[in-house]
Design a protein. Structure first.
Length: 173
């Protein structure tokens, strides 16, 4: 556990998968074909706080969900990459464009399409209900499932270790 806590000190960037991490993986489809997803409000609070605190925050998803783009943009997250079927390539472009050391990246994912990126970052983590292959490469498995607080859990841990949790930004939404 100490090694995990030491790695939290170096995190400058959070990258999240969408379906199964920021949501519980359920997709509701209306009769007209419109799809919707549910996002956790506590995860949202932690995400916007991370942005305000100066972290790079991004999402990489194979989905093309306009509702996910709207939700993440409303939290101040502008680096949202949808339709990313080759997540490793999108990740490489992102860290190069932003001059980010992959060793300072925390990536949270839940399923096999994220396995390549999980192996490229400094701190791969996952929700409690991630598939076994993702759990096997994760340095930390949140006790919370996707869409149910896992994002808040890991952001809070990083910010507490770095002394950024409950500062002035924490009180302004």
């Amino acid at each position: 556990m100490e090694s995990f806590l030491n790695k939290l000190k170096d995190i400058t960037t959070f990258i999240f998968d969408v379906d199964g991490v920021l949501t519980d993986g359920s997709i509701m489809v209306a009769e007209n074909g419109v799809q919707s997803r549910a996002f956790n409000i506590k995860d949202g609070y932690a995400l916007q706080l991370a942005v305000k605190s100066g972290y790079n925050v991004a999402a990489i998803s194979g989905s093309r969900s306009k509702s996910a783009l709207f939700r993440l943009n409303s939290l101040g997250i502008n680096d949202v990459y949808l339709g990313a079927h080759t997540k490793t390539e999108r990740f490489k472009i992102y860290v190069e464009e932003k001059s980010i050391n992959p060793g300072n990246v925390l990536y949270m994912a839940d399923d096999i399409p994220d396995l390549g990126v999980m192996k490229m970052v400094g701190l791969p983590v996952c929700p409690a209900d991630a598939c076994e292959e993702i759990k096997a490469v994760s340095a930390y498995v949140s006790p919370y499932p996707g869409g149910r607080g896992c994002v808040r859990d890991i952001i809070e841990k990083v910010m507490k270790v770095q002394g950024k949790w409950m500062n002035e930004q924490a009180y302004s939404w």
